[in-house]
Write a protein that binds this ligand. Structure first.
Ligand code: EPS
Length: 374
């Protein structure tokens, strides 16, 4: 299975082709639009989200809400296009109308203009924008619906926003039932603290990042491989998470903190109980030797603060060569809650890929039977 996305932030919309997806999956549009709504939300989001009202539309690969086995084409339209078509329309426009030359440190602007030999970062930022994640959430939710047919479930929550960090441990059920509405944090008091911090950042014209925790239940052992480096499950999933805009760090299980401990404090001992092998800890985060080990998957992803700061950072104008303050029209102050939804979605896509690679199946029923038989 392969997912390709296209689309510019202020173009007509975002588009995706999902090929190699099995036939026979009943789609739930409310579920997909629900995830799109979750992606638009979260305290700290910017004015763009008031303009958009993201809805998925399937253009092919589906009849009467059931997948056909042919490539799925889906789109999430940009309502803001109406305000931008004068400089974005593919069929003709004034492409020089909204230049960005005061390149933003931390954004794709500078490296992109150098790479494509441009004197305006518009073509770069339009594609680099996290708006692209809208269609990745739509496609990822299609993959989530497939995984759920196998009883594999994915959830997550926000563990930290800037310096406000929740150190507690939660069960999968707690994550689902406690997930806050404003920031997707599991601890209500921490969420209030984080909201205050975001408000302070907004007042100062600044931005904030955060950390999300992702969990997967129901994945049987043996997915991924220890045989080739490309097939290692941790490498596959971390690459997927790292592909999300602004993600700068990913961890499996204890991750970085494992490096500072003794081996006896890191590895999950194996016990025999009632003729079964069990673990009493899951510091490995459900992956050993590049393969799922049957335990819950636990991953973390760290998002850097969004690089468009209303107060502006010092930069150099790429046309005049003069020192200036970086461009800022509007921006999110903090998008970690939205990012958490995106991370869950890309994880669903990557897991569906791994499962389909191992088990194949032209139809969902064939795939489900093969999974059940493991
Ligand atoms: C985003 C839409 C964008 C930004 C943000 C994410 O809208 P606009 O650029 O029109 O304000 O809010 O994009 C970025 C963080 C970025 O760096 O470009 C969205 O829908 O998620």
């Amino acid at each position: 299975m392969k997912l390709t996305t296209a689309g510019e932030s202020h173009g007509k919309g975002l588009f995706a082709i999902l090929e190699g997806f099995p036939a026979g999956l009943k789609l739930d549009l409310t579920r997909i639009d629900g995830e799109l709504a979750r992606r638009r939300g979260g305290h700290g989001r910017g004015a763009r989200q008031n303009i958009e009202c993201d809805r998925v539309e399937f253009l092919s690969g589906v009849r009467d809400l059931v997948t056909l086995g042919s490539p799925l084409a889906l789109t999430v339209k940009n309502r803001d296009y109406e305000n931008w078509k004068g400089c974005m329309a593919p069929e003709g426009c004034d492409a020089s109308a909204r230049p960005l030359t005061a390149v933003r440190p931390g954004h794709a602007d500078l490296a992109g203009t150098e790479k494509y030999e441009l004197k305006d970062a518009r073509n770069i930022l339009e594609r680099a924008s996290a708006r692209e994640t809208a269609v990745r959430v739509a496609a990822g939710t299609v993959c989530r619906l497939l995984l759920e047919k196998l009883n594999i479930f994915v959830a997550g929550y926000v563990r930290s926003v800037g310096s406000v960090c929740d150190e507690k441990e939660y069960t999968y059920a707690q994550i689902l039932s406690q997930r806050g509405k404003d920031l997707c944090m599991a601890d209500a008091e921490k969420e209030l603290e984080a909201i205050e911090l975001i408000d302070r950042a907004r007042a100062a014209g600044d931005t904030l990042g955060g950390v999300a925790e992702l969990r997967v239940i129901g994945l049987k052992s043996g997915f991924g491989s220890c045989m080739t480096y490309e097939e290692k499950l941790d490498a596959r999933l971390c690459a997927a998470l790292m592909s999300v805009q602004a993600i700068k760090g990913v961890e499996v299980g204890l991750g970085f903190s494992a490096a500072g401990r003794f081996g006896s404090e890191v590895h999950d001992e194996i016990f025999a109980e009632n003729g079964k092998r069990i673990r009493k800890t899951n510091r490995a985060g459900g992956i050993e030797g590049g393969m799922s080990n049957g335990e819950e998957l636990v991953l973390h992803a760290a998002m850097k603060p969004i690089p468009t700061l209303m107060k502006g950072l010092r930069t150099v104008d790429i046309v005049t060569g003069e020192p200036v303050i970086a461009a800022a029209e509007r921006s999110d102050v903090c998008a970690i809650a939205a990012c958490e939804t995106v991370l869950e979605s890309v994880l669903c896509t990557a897991l569906a890929q791994v499962v389909l690679e191992r088990l194949g199946g032209d139809t969902v029923a064939q795939l489900a039977a093969r999974y059940e038989a493991l």
